[in-house]
Design a binder for this molecule. Structure first.
Ligand SMILES: [Zn+2]
Length: 308
C-alpha cells in the first residue's frame, strides 16, 4: 500500500503506472521533467565557458612540445570531467544524488589523480597513458574472444579501433598489459588521496557518491524504496513508483564550483603562464561589476571568482 494510493482520492494518479515528475508537475508539485530551474539556467553555459577558457589558457601559454605528456594528461582529464559536467548541467533530472552521483565522483577522482601525479616523478604521466593503452589492448583481446556467429558487421571496426588505441606495433608486440587496479602500481584512489592530502575530500565527497554508484542498500532504501502503509504488513519496504524530480540547483552549482577548482589546480600544477590564465579568465572579473546592485543575487561567475 503506497502513500500515493492513500492520497489517491485527492490526486487520482493512474493506476499501477510509475509516477513521473510530470505527473507531479500536473499537480503543481515540482518543475516539469527536463525543465531547467531558472536559478540554474546559467550553469551549463558557465561550465562551457570555464572549460573553453581553460583550453584557451593552455593554448596561449608557451607550448612545451618537447614535454607533451603532462599537458596531454591534464587537459585530457579536465576535459573529460568538464564534458561530463556540461552534459549533466543540461539535464536537470540528474541534479540529485540518485542520478548525479557519478558527476561528483569524476570531479573528485580527476582531482586526486592530478594532485597525486604532481607529487611523483614526471614520468608518471607517460605511465598513466601507457596503462590506458595496455587496457585497450586487453579489451581488444577480450572482445576478440567472441565466436564468429556473434560478430556484427561493425565488430571488426571496434577491435581495430581498440588496437589503434593500444598504440602497439603490428609486428612487434611490445605493449605491456597491466591488469592491476590502477596506473599507480595498483594503488587505490583512496591511498592516492591519503598521500596527497585529499583524504577528507575523498571521504566526504567521493566515498558516499561511490556508495550510490555501487548500489549500496542505504542508497537504494532512500532513493528507490518506500515503506508499505498497510499496517498488517509490518512495515516492509516496496519499490517506489515515484521518480526523483532532480533539479537541485545547489548540487548543480557545486559541480560547476568543483570544475572551476579543478581547472585552477590543473593550471597551477602545469605552471601555465600566469598572463595567459589571467587573460583567458578575465570574463570572470568582468562579471563582478554587474548584478550586485539592488539586492539582486550575485551571478555564479562572480561567486566562483570570489571563492578561488
Ligand atoms: Zn505491504
Amino acid at each position: 500500500m503506497r502513500r500515493r494510493e492513500v492520497e489517491a482520492d485527492e490526486h487520482d494518479p493512474k493506476d499501477g503506472a510509475v509516477e513521473t515528475p510530470s505527473d507531479a508537475t500536473s499537480r503543481g508539485e515540482v518543475a516539469a521533467p527536463g525543465a531547467v530551474p531558472e536559478r540554474g539556467a546559467h550553469l551549463r553555459q558557465l561550465a562551457i565557458d570555464l572549460l573553453a577558457s581553460y583550453v584557451e589558457a593552455l593554448e596561449m601559454s608557451p607550448a612545451r612540445l618537447y614535454d607533451r605528456e603532462p599537458q596531454e594528461v591534464h587537459s585530457g582529464l579536465v576535459a573529460r570531467a568538464g564534458r561530463d559536467v556540461i552534459t549533466a548541467l543540461g539535464a536537470p533530472d540528474l541534479w540529485c544524488m540518485e542520478h548525479g552521483a557519478h558527476i561528483i565522483r569524476v570531479l573528485v577522482e580527476v582531482r586526486i589523480y592530478l594532485q597525486w601525479m604532481a607529487q611523483q616523478d614526471p614520468s608518471i604521466y607517460r605511465t598513466f597513458q601507457e596503462y590506458g593503452a595496455g587496457k585497450a589492448k586487453l579489451y581488444a583481446r577480450i572482445i576478440d574472444e567472441l565466436p564468429d556467429e556473434a560478430r556484427r558487421p561493425d565488430f571488426e571496426e571496434a577491435i581495430k579501433d581498440l588496437k589503434k588505441l593500444s598504440h602497439n606495433d603490428e609486428v612487434l608486440d611490445h605493449r605491456v598489459v597491466d591488469t592491476r587496479d590502477s596506473f599507480a602500481d595498483g594503488k587505490s584512489i583512496r591511498a592516492m588521496a591519503e598521500e596527497c592530502g585529499l583524504i577528507d575530500l575523498y571521504r566526504q565527497a567521493y566515498y558516499m557518491a561511490s556508495g550510490v554508484a555501487h548500489s549500496e542498500w542505504w542508497s537504494i532504501e532512500t532513493h528507490a524504496m518506500e515503506r508499505c502503509l498497510n499496517v498488517l504488513h509490518g512495515g516492509h519496504l516496496i519499490p517506489s513508483l515515484s521518480l526523483n524530480s532532480g533539479a537541485n540547483v545547489e548540487l548543480a552549482s557545486s559541480w560547476a564550483d568543483q570544475l572551476y577548482a579543478l581547472i585552477r589546480i590543473s593550471l597551477r600544477i602545469l605552471g601555465t603562464d600566469e598572463k595567459a590564465v589571467e587573460d583567458a579568465f578575465a570574463w570572470l572579473n568582468g562579471e563582478q561589476d554587474e548584478g550586485t546592485s539592488e539586492g539582486e543575487e550575485r551571478r555564479q561567475p562572480t561567486r566562483l571568482n570570489d571563492r578561488y
